[in-house]
Write a new protein. Structure first.
Length: 287
């Protein structure tokens, strides 16, 4: 008898690898993942609050009644604000990088307004399971292998990028990348580290002998060619922006029309690179 759960015909789960699925069309557009072993199931990302978390966990129960462990790929609200609901419904272990847990504790309250449209009770902290609940199990330094029974999942950090706390989750031939890779939209640069992000994408692409399916935080699964294309596009954008900064342009937003992203994310990239440059200058001046 196969250990792989029988998937209902009308299931919202999309199989992307052996014993590995992503949830179709969850409300905020993220890609919650599910890996099911013979002893335990692993959920990748818990959603933006209790409503979506309940939806994810209900969908998990379509496939398995096994105990659940959860993972946050990074500390942004739509990937980690469902933690309190999961913890209240029997999920004892929630994993993330150590920095992710710290950042969620530090910035969680400031992120609440971002949930207003989809999770109003989370935005107002008004209702059950709306507390900020950082991960209680952390990856720090070395990768962590989780044995789910018949399948092992590896949690590891390759460097800064979309945030300073991005976690990758490898299961068989599938790599969950969080928002280090995005499909169907521009990358989010608001609190990113663009130069590091380019290097981290290079490290991800170098894993093509291990993984041939890359599940982005948003959008459809992709191959390594897409990861490489995102790397080159970002490298070009960072180079153009740094040239504009080096030329001390009075209005660096003039570079926006020639960046390979839309106006909003191009502006976010300009602002982020300028912020990081100022931070480095202050660090050097104070040392």
């Amino acid at each position: 008898m196969s250990d792989t759960p029988a998937v209902p015909v009308e299931s919202r789960w999309r199989e992307v690898g052996p014993q590995t699925w992503i949830l179709r069309d969850p409300a905020p557009g993220i890609n919650p993942g599910l890996v099911v072993g013979t002893e335990r199931a692993l959920v990748i990302d818990t959603g933006a609050g209790p409503v979506q978390a309940a939806d994810i966990l209900d969908a998990v129960r379509e496939l398995t009644s096994l105990p659940v462990t959860a993972v946050n790929t990074h500390s942004h609200f739509n990937h980690a604000f469902g933690n309190a609901y999961f913890a209240a419904h029997g999920v004892d272990d929630i994993w993330a990088t150590a920095r992710c847990a710290e950042d969620l504790a530090e910035t969680g309250e400031r992120q609440r307004p971002l949930t207003a449209e989809r999770e109003p009770t989370m935005a107002d902290d008004d209702g059950p399971h709306t507390s900020i609940h950082p991960a209680n199990r952390v990856v720090e330094g070395s990768p962590v292998d989780l044995d789910l029974g018949g399948i092992s999942v590896t949690l590891f950090h390759l460097g800064r990028g979309h945030t300073d706390n991005d976690l990758l989750v490898g299961a068989g031939n599938v790599l969950f990348t969080g928002d280090l890779v995005e499909e169907g939209g521009d990358p989010g640069f608001a609190d990113s580290y663009p130069a590091d992000w380019i290097r981290t994408l290079g490290k991800i692409a170098a894993l093509e002998d291990l993984y041939d399916v890359f599940v982005p935080g948003h959008g459809n699964p992709v191959g390594v060619e897409y990861v490489t294309a995102q790397l080159y596009k970002m490298r070009t954008a960072v180079r153009v922006t740094k040239v504009a900064m080096d030329e001390a342009s009075v209005d660096m937003t003039k570079a926006i029309p020639i960046l390979p992203y839309g106006p909003e994310q191009s502006r976010a990239l300009l602002i982020r690179l300028r912020t990081l440059a100022h931070w480095k200058w202050h660090q050097a001046a104070s040392s």
